[in-house]
Design a protein around this ligand. Sequence first.
Ligand code: TYD
Length: 203
Amino acid sequence: MWITLEGGDGSGKTTQSNLLAEWLEGAGRTVVRTREPGGSEVGQLIRDIVLHHRGDIAPRAEALLYAADRAHHVATVVRPALGRGDIVLQDRYLDSSVAYQGAGRVLDATEIRDLSLWAAEGALPDLTVLLDLDPGTARTRLDSADKPFDRLEAEKSEFHGRVRDAYLALAEAEPARFLVLDAAASPQAIAELIRARVDALLA
Ligand code: TYD
């Protein structure tokens, strides 16, 4: 089973990933935790460019860098793990590209999705959990975390508003793959809803 977590910066993906991994491992499952960008050695190098390069990166170059990371990650980490029968629990996947590069950078959403599908040879997760949060609350959370912003986090609020709307549209278009949750709820309440859905999928 392949589960991806999506949502804006500051929506609590890491907390939920930790809670879900703990629960799955407690139930005796082997979980491979990974992320994009940066879930492979090559991906770490790409992550450093896309998140920390000082100065502009052309939007299409940014989209291609995320797609290159994805191609290598799916081929060398995700597919092998799924082949072994492990559960892959992944922070961000192609929906991030459609939301951030498609809506955020205002590129064509269909082209961005097709690019990612080409990169990943059509691979799609069994479940995508979308942690939905209004960008204002997300920004307050990021501010209080007291970490320097990366290139994407530093974008203005209109950018993050477009990202959120794009995520909700993606979830609406694929209701069978998506579980949309209110990220303003308590971490425990969110975790329980995720567990219920995963439990049903595993049964
Ligand atoms: P993330 O690893 O969630 O950041 P952090 O570890 O700081 O919480 O994601 C890195 C950033 O990359 C995030 O702002 C979203 C962005 N991103 C894209 O723009 N497109 C993509 O395809 C992916 C996977 C991430």
